[in-house]
Write a protein that binds this ligand. Sequence first.
Ligand SMILES: N[C@@H](CCC(=O)N[C@@H](CS)C(=O)NCC(=O)O)C(=O)O
Length: 323
Amino acid sequence: MALTLYYFPASFFSQRAFLALEEKGVPYQRQIISIHSGESIEPWYMRIQPNGTVPTLKHGKIIKTDSKFIIKYLDEITPDAPKLCPDPSTPGGDRVVYLSELMQKIVIEQITYGSACHRHHTHDCKMPKMMNLKESTSMWDRIDNDIRTLAAKYPDLREHYMAKLKTHKDRELTSEQGLIDSLKACDPIMGEIEKELEQKWNGKLDNFTDSDPWLCCNHFTIADIYLATLLHRLYFAGQVKRFWGDGKRPYLAAYYARVQQRKSFQTACAKATTLRNALLPRYVHQMRRAFPRLLGYSVVAVAIGFAVYVQYSGFPSWWPNKN
Ligand SMILES: N[C@@H](CCC(=O)N[C@@H](CS)C(=O)NCC(=O)O)C(=O)O
């Protein structure tokens, strides 16, 4: 049975699921859902993911939403592969649970949008310039208006649309204070991870081989998926200097350099976060959405052009019935 991942390449939580699929090496398909132009709130998508968020994994009739449950599900369907979520009673298994829950506490959406909108809190921010405060605010306002329209049009989905509006309102992703608070709360978590790596790697900061451990275990686990995607996002948000730049946390710096060599990371994170991947899906979706209207305009324009032509020059010779 085919696996399909609905995702957005630049989305943090999508990258977790994408990386897990690449780690597992199972065959699967991907379908981009543009979260910035309202594709994730289209009724067909809300019917499979009522939160209207990415990622979602479809496996035949089974639908898994939320990156954490997708990762757990991949363990279930690949019983012979190393576990991304090892049993907490196995060596390192308890640390996997503890550290992945710790990283879940970071409000990454606030750091992402906040950094893009308030660049004076960043250093060398890689987020597209058009994700500035004005553009981001008007983008979220536009999406919220679309949600209201869709809630009125699709009564069976109204409850989900209203819940979605509320989450958008509660988060206020573009708030500067929200960014400051989230960065502050992230710092001790990065400190704990640095300590964990120091104990695990014991002075080793380069020339890693396959036999060297990862964050908690000898193999790559969900804790590594969370850390790899987190460091990559902080790099994009221009937060390297704050958290591990200038020799501040050498193990985190070594970890990020090491994970960039990993093939799964290159596919799911590095190649996925190009400017093209961040912006193109939005335009493709907008064009697709506008297509019926553009087609309508074109038909009307051709009809008017033809009528004007007939008025001045008569029917063309190929016209079947000239009477
Ligand atoms: N807890 C969910 C979070 C999913 C989520 O918030 N995804 C973001 C993209 S990173 C999204 O779809 N945002 C669009 C929106 O909230 O409208 C998970 O782990 O998958």
